[in-house]
Ligand binder design. Structure first.
Ligand code: TXA
Ligand code: MG
Length: 317
């Protein structure tokens, strides 16, 4: 069931049930992070392997002290500046956080979503919410309540509807590694925006040969119709434009049927493009086409995170 009933959502969560919640990045599949029972359900509903840890969510930085060690200074600066927002910080956890949440790691990922409905919900709860993106493992993250309903509607009692996500990319994950501020997953907060506050940071490039790094398997975001990343004009010989889907930044490809083309931002606005990206991938994935051709974005600002998701969606493993 989809609705806007905060009381009902809070009641279910308090009873260790699972509820899908809106955030500004993507929808989350939430449960009491202090309850092994609730967390086990999250893994089961998502069909997620237990080695992939979960982010915990709350409504205020001041509440983190109940569940984590204090933030290292450079991360504190980021917390003060960007929380609530599309930022997740890796912080040493206190024993009250079950090992199941962190997949055995001594660090827990924490986030304060910038969404009025979720903030109101989190404020009422005495516990943080563990919440991975509300998609079956290996599929694109949902950015509307309807996306969640289509794939997980039968497995969960309630989807809290907060409208379409305004950011549209998962949070940027940041932690300390060898005393350096390190970005482990590019996301809805641009690396440049972080660097404007704390100076140059290290960015871990994602690779499937490095499964310990957050962000997981390379093909994590894969659609079902194969997706190829390439310059739109440079079609392979013999590739039919009739059976092609196009995912473009500012302009499409002449000759491909208009209904098979999605242009993310005619104005060239990366924020607008990010907001529509996952919904566009879902729409294309449902079309009767043989291949999605996605154009590489400028490697700047949110374009870097968009390219990261497109690259992973195009991975062949
Ligand atoms: O925007 C978001 O971050 C969304 C919304 C719902 O908050 N959540 C999200 O969760 O994207 P999920 O589970 O789909 O992705 C979280 C990533 C995973 O790749 C996981 O490996 C990493 O964060 N992660 C979580 N806890 C970690 C930890 N303790 N250490 C290292 N990586 C961690
Ligand atoms: Mg996910």
């Amino acid at each position: 069931m989809i609705g806007k009933d905060l009381d009902y959502a809070a009641q279910l969560l308090t009873a260790e049930e699972i509820v899908a919640i809106p955030t500004e990045t993507v929808y989350g599949l939430a449960g009491n992070a202090l309850s092994t029972k609730a967390v086990t359900k999250i893994f089961a509903v998502k069909n997620r392997p237990a080695f992939d840890p979960l982010i915990i969510h709350t409504n205020a930085v001041s509440r983190l002290a109940a569940w984590t060690e204090s933030l290292p200074d450079p991360l504190r600066e980021l917390a003060d500046r960007f929380m609530p927002g599309p930022l997740t910080l890796l912080v040493p956890k206190l024993p009250v956080i079950p090992d199941l949440v962190t997949a055995g790691s001594p660090r827990v990922a924490v986030r304060i979503p910038r969404h009025p409905l979720s903030l109101a919900l989190l404020e009422r709860l005495s516990f943080p919410l563990a919440a991975p993106s509300a998609n079956p493992f290996g599929y694109i993250s949902p950015t509307t309540a309807q996306h969640v309903e289509q794939q997980l509607g039968e497995k969960i009692n309630y989807i809290l509807d907060g409208g379409p996500c305004t950011v549209g990319l998962e949070s940027t994950i940041v932690g300390m590694e060898q005393d350096q501020i390190t970005v482990f997953r590019k996301g809805g907060l641009a690396v440049e925006t972080i660097e404007a506050v704390v100076g140059p940071v290290r960015v871990k490039e994602h690779s499937s040969s490095n499964p310990q790094a957050p962000g997981m398997l390379k093909s994590h975001y894969a659609p079902r119709v194969p997706l190829r990343l390439g310059v739109l004009g440079e079609l392979q010989n013999g590739q039919s434009k009739e059976r092609l889907g196009i995912l473009a930044f500012r302009a499409g490809l002449p000759g491909v049927p208009a209904e098979q083309q999605i242009i993310l931002s005619q104005a060239g606005d990366l924020q607008e493009a990010a907001q529509g990206l996952f919904a566009a991938m879902r729409r294309l994935d449902q079309m009767d086409i043989d291949l999605i051709l996605a154009e590489p974005f400028p490697e700047t600002g949110l374009g870097r995170a968009i390219n990261d998701r497109l690259r992973r969606a195009s991975a062949e493993e």
